[in-house]
Write a protein that binds this ligand. Structure first.
Ligand code: COA
Length: 312
């Protein structure tokens, strides 16, 4: 697998690399592709959950030109991943347990979330009886899009914009409240959770713990905390039930841990993996299993004028 990484350009987006490598597992583990063999499926599931942190960390290490580390099986899941991400061969590296805990909680909170775009993709691809590696590879690509896995990245980009503009948080709160201005506070509000997002209640505590333990005096984090404080007190946000959502806090945590922005959706993919697998497995075991086949109904014009090709 390590050799695959040599084939990707150094500046490849880690989501492209992760999805490609996950799909390529089907070339190595050809005895785990039969979706109707419970034992093969079980092994593929264990393999995928165990390997994704290594695949993800390699995609990052490759992008910064550092050597690809080996996992440490004596460590727990998040600590092993953080070590692979941030340790280098020449220095001792201890993972901060507060950060490892926050990451573990984040991964759990992202595990499953109904029929979002990537989960529906897993089900549709899996409904052709396609193997697990290929189905998950498709889900990673679906998650890559900025409307799905990119919301926490949008939070950081907004904070960067506010910072570059002098750090005047009030100015941006005012813009967000102005009905004539299309600007919105990224990381605030949710389509389904109108009172509060139960996930962000938990993640908020984690974010504050990480920020306290972080030696990283990142100005964007200060802006984020100011924004959170002001917005939670403002009548506009209270009345419209616009609370900081899970993406607001996950973006902050990743930034405080020093993850580059292009790794944010990869973290999301790692968290969502067990949920995707559960959905895929449930689908394969469904008594009414059928290939997914959404219908398309043509509602356009029935006849069209055209100019014969010789007259054009
Ligand atoms: C998440 C989101 C898409 C939910 O949208 P929605 O349920 O369709 O809510 P609406 O777009 O209808 O907004 C309802 C009202 O709140 C306002 N509003 C919603 N989110 C806002 C925000 N983040 N900042 C400022 N105003 C906001 C809207 O302008 C609208 O005001 P109006 O009633 O005066 O027209 C929306 O809140 C948003 O765009 N948030 C920012 C992006 C984000 O964080 N996305 C990640 C979601 S997990």
């Amino acid at each position: 697998i390590k050799r695959f990484y040599d084939g990707f350009p150094i500046n490849s987006h880690p989501m492209a690399v992760c999805s490609a490598v996950v799909g390529s597992l089907a070339t190595f583990y050809q005895n785990e592709l039969n979706v109707r063999d419970d034992q093969e499926v079980e092994i593929a599931i264990h393999r995928l959950i165990a390997k994704l942190p290594t695949i993800a960390a390699y995609s990052y290490k490759k992008s910064i030109g550092q050597p690809l580390p080996y996992p440490d099986n004596s460590l727990d899941y998040p600590t092993n991943f953080l070590k692979m991400m941030f340790a280098t061969p020449c220095e001792q590296y201890e993972v901060d347990p507060v950060v490892a805990k926050a990451l573990e909680v984040l991964l759990i909170l992202h595990a499953d979330h109904e029929q979002n775009c990537s989960t529906s993709s897993v089900r549709l691809v899996g409904s052709s009886m396609c193997n697990l590696f290929a189905s998950i590879s498709a889900a990673i690509y679906a998650l890559w899009g900025p409307l799905h896995g990119g919301a926490n990245q949008a939070v950081i980009e907004m904070l960067q914009k506010i910072y570059a503009d002098g750090g005047d948080v009030q100015k941006y709160v005012k813009k967000a409240k102005d009905p004539k201005d299309s600007f919105r506070l990224m990381g605030f509000g949710h389509r389904v959770y109108k009172n509060f997002d139960p996930r962000s209640k938990i993640i908020k505590t984690m974010a504050h713990n990480v920020l306290k333990s972080s030696s990283n005096s990142e100005p964007l984090l200060e802006i984020a905390l100011k924004l959170e404080e002001i917005a939670l007190k403002e009548e506009y946000f209270i009345e419209k039930k616009l609370y900081p959502n899970v993406d607001f806090y996950s973006g902050l945590i990743y930034k405080a841990i020093n993850f580059p922005v292009n790794m944010f959706p990869v973290m999301f993919a790692m968290g969502r993996l067990p949920g995707w697998i559960a959905q895929w497995k449930e689908l394969q075991k469904d008594d009414d299993f059928r290939i997914g086949r959404p219908r398309q109904i043509y509602i356009g014009t029935k006849t069209r004028d055209y100019i014969p090709i010789e007259n054009r």
